[in-house]
Design a protein around this ligand. Structure first.
Ligand SMILES: C[S@@+](CC[C@H](N)C(=O)[O-])C[C@H]1O[C@@H](n2cnc3c(N)ncnc32)[C@H](O)[C@@H]1O
Length: 687
């Protein structure tokens, strides 16, 4: 023990030159909490420790200062610059779980001061922690230097009463590992492009000397940096900045080779609208409901284009809708495509059974997304959590505060009510959620609790089994709440296939499928890839009720397109993207420009529209469709390699972590062999 104290005093000396204010304030805490960490370090990394002692003694000796980067706090943590993440906090020794790294003081700035000072726009914007009453806390010391990780090894607890933030390791941290906190469990709220701190890629551990770090030239704070709701900034403010940066982009001119590119000197060519060709009409294609299933055609054509990246960004900008400037219109040729060949009278009239033309109607199968699959699979699953258990009701407030401070942002616990009260043996037992079992070992949790509040220090965290997911039916709610009370959110019931649809709806969809086949064949005859798309509003008679959340689409808006990558020699001219662009152009001209939207956003790109496409769209097009707020997509041929629905298994159309979902339906009828052959597109090509 004596040894350790000696070590600690050494550490304090070394840290003095750059010792953070927070560290000085907390010398006491280091002595009680951090000793364990240093003890382990001494035992496990004797060699390093020896080096550091030499370093300490020869503080001004060049040679020794080369052996270890300059430490900035008593735990000998040091900063390392990363080309993408900027500075980060690293440890040269192992640190056990539950070690207090620092209690950093915070400069509290009220919401008014923050907003009036436009501080979000300044560098402080990237360094503020959400504080009480909408204020912001600028962390001093190490507080501002921890980078973000989705699987952090450091937790933090804010104390409004002392204006400090305490940083505590949540797991054992290995030598040379980066210490990271989680800015927001919902990574779509991050305001920078995340680089994976777990991989440590590109870090030059040797480049952290004072000289190289001086001025921190590699600091990567973009102009567009925004502040996060959870711990770094309010969401509203973030959106305001995002909008501001968007309008800056729109109004600004892009400079390239000294010449400014404006709409005056750049010609953008749009795909020509497809002219309806009655001669090549649907009669040449036979579709019918049949038990044989559609499969992806193979092809012998040459691969032309590199695969689209399978990476995608989860953060979506807010839709730019309404308030369109009527003076700005598309200068491209715009033509409203022909309506579907669908006899409304016949299919929706007095006797809509349509039995005489049943062979024109196919069935459709819905593609489930990851969110739904997970919910189905996880309905009965349970998991283990740390909970506090007590009978004295006076402890509830304190325990609840601790619970929220510890894991308020942990998405995995969000479905659980924080407090569970049960009568057992005539006594009311109160249990409070603490954390996932895997996140802490018992002694780490106990030590965090003790340092948080002395009133909790005599409690021992217990492991409790709880449901893994929310309840989506009353029955589930009853069963799950028996274990632990959970939130209830009835899931909308979407059928898995079209069997219960009115025949008229199936007929309309089938005419959409016929149309895209026809478009694709026409494209092929022009030397393009045979991929066709058509987009329109579902006929009014089949609209879901407004109460079900349905937003009225812009009726009469229709566009069709095909893939023009070949003729335009442009990698982005995918069929779906071309169609979205045509719809966007149409919205800039009469009559669509003059339509008053039913509600804000209902005139935004593909809002509530139905899109038909011959092949499962690639990840990029699925993301574009998602951004466009399409309602449903019908397609014929699945694409095993890179299809954005289930081909890639990403299920872009129905993910929990994206802010729009749409239905994806696969055609479940037959396609004649010769048509199938003509529509073959090599698997490597991204649709
Ligand atoms: C609170 S500062 C963290 C310290 C910062 N790296 C520095 O050098 O000052 C937050 C900024 O660090 C960067 N950052 C933090 N975590 C990151 C990550 N996982 N990936 C990329 N950049 C990150 C972002 O630029 C962010 O705006």
């Amino acid at each position: 023990m004596e040894n350790h104290q000696n070590d600690l005093s050494d550490f304090s000396q070394v840290g003095t030159s750059k010792l953070s204010l927070g560290s000085q304030l907390n010398d006491q805490i280091y002595h009680t909490q951090a000793v364990e960490g240093i003890k382990v370090s001494n035992e496990n990394t004797a060699q390093n420790n020896k080096a550091s002692k030499t370093n300490n003694k020869n503080n001004h000796n060049d040679e020794s200062s080369n052996s270890l980067p300059h430490p900035i706090n008593p735990l000998k943590l040091h900063l390392v610059s990363h080309p993408l993440r900027g500075r980060g906090v690293f440890t040269p020794f192992t640190i056990p779980a539950g070690t207090i790294i620092e209690e950093s003081p915070v400069l509290v700035i009220s919401q008014k001061e923050w907003e009036e000072g436009n501080m979000n726009e300044s560098i402080l914007g990237s360094y503020g922690f959400c504080w009480k009453d909408g204020g912001m806390g600028i962390g001093l010391g190490l507080a501002s230097l921890f980078n973000h990780s989705a699987s952090p090894n450091v937790n933090f607890i804010r104390s409004y009463s002392t204006s400090t933030i305490k940083f505590i390791t949540s797991k054992r941290i290995e030598k040379d590992e980066e210490l990271c906190i989680c800015y927001s469990a919902d990574e779509s709220k991050l305001w920078f492009v995340k680089s994976d701190s777990d991989k440590q890629e590109g870090i030059d551990m040797g480049s952290s000397s004072d000289e190289e770090d001086g001025g921190f030239s590699k600091l990567n704070i973009g102009e567009e940096d925004l502040i996060d709701e959870n711990n770094l900034k309010l969401k509203k403010e973030r959106e305001r900045r995002l909008k501001a940066s968007l309008s800056k982009d729109i109004n600004g001119k892009v400079k390239k080779h000294g010449k400014s590119l404006t709409s005056d000197n750049v010609q953008i060519q749009s795909p020509q609208p497809i002219k309806f060709n009655a001669a090549a009409g649907p009669s040449s294609i036979t579709l019918s409901a049949d038990s044989s299933r559609t499969s992806t055609p193979s092809s012998s054509s040459t691969s032309l284009y590199p695969e689209a990246s399978s990476g995608f960004i989860t953060s979506l900008p807010p839709p730019l809708h309404s308030g369109r400037d009527r003076s700005k219109r598309s200068t491209e040729a715009i033509e409203l495509t022909q309506e579907l060949d669908w006899d409304e009278e016949f299919w929706t009239g007095q006797n809509p059974s349509g039995t005489e033309r049943e062979d024109e109607v196919a069935e459709y199968i819905r593609e489930k997304g990851p969110a739904e699959k997970e919910a189905e699979e996880g309905a009965d699953e349970t998991m283990d959590i740390w909970a506090l258990e007590f009978t004295d009701p006076r402890l509830t407030r304190n325990a609840l505060d601790f619970s929220k401070d510890l894991t308020a942002s942990d998405e995995r616990l969000r479905h659980l009510k924080r407090v569970c009260r049960r009568k057992e043996n005539n006594q009311e037992i109160c249990r409070v959620v603490l954390a996932m079992v895997a996140e802490y070992d018992s002694s780490a949790l106990q030590s965090i609790m003790t340092s948080y509040s002395s009133t909790l220090s005599h409690l021992i965290p217990v492991i409790h089994r709880v449901p893994s997911t929310i309840a989506t039916t009353q029955e589930q709610l009853k069963i799950k709440s028996h274990l632990w009370p959970v939130s209830f959110s009835p899931a909308p019931i979407i059928p898995n296939d079209s069997s219960d649809w009115p025949i008229g709806r199936k007929a309309w969809v089938t005419s959409g499928i016929k149309r895209v086949i026809q478009i694709a064949l026409e494209a092929k005859s022009k030397g393009e890839l045979p991929i066709g798309t058509y987009c329109a509003a579902l006929p009014k008679t089949f609209w879901p009720k407004k109460e079900e959340g349905f937003i009225q689409p812009t009726e009469e808006l229709r566009a069709s397109s095909y893939d023009t990558r070949q003729s335009e020699n442009h990698p982005l001219r995918h069929s779906a993207l071309n169609c979205i662009k045509s719809i966007a152009n149409l919205r800039t001209v009469e009559p669509f420009i003059s339509i008053t939207p039913e509600r804000n956003g209902s005139d935004y790109l593909l809002t509530s529209l139905t899109l038909f496409i011959t092949h499962e769209p690639c990840v990029m097009c699925c993301m574009a469709l998602l951004h466009s707020r399409v309602r449903e997509v019908f397609y014929i041929f699945p694409r095993k390699k890179g299809g954005g629905f289930n081909g890639s298994e990403l299920g872009i159309h129905a993910r929990k972590d994206l802010n729009h979902r749409f239905e994806a339906w696969r055609y479940d009828g037959i396609i004649e062999d010769d048509v199938r052959q003509q529509l073959e597109v090599e698997e490597e090509i991204q649709i």
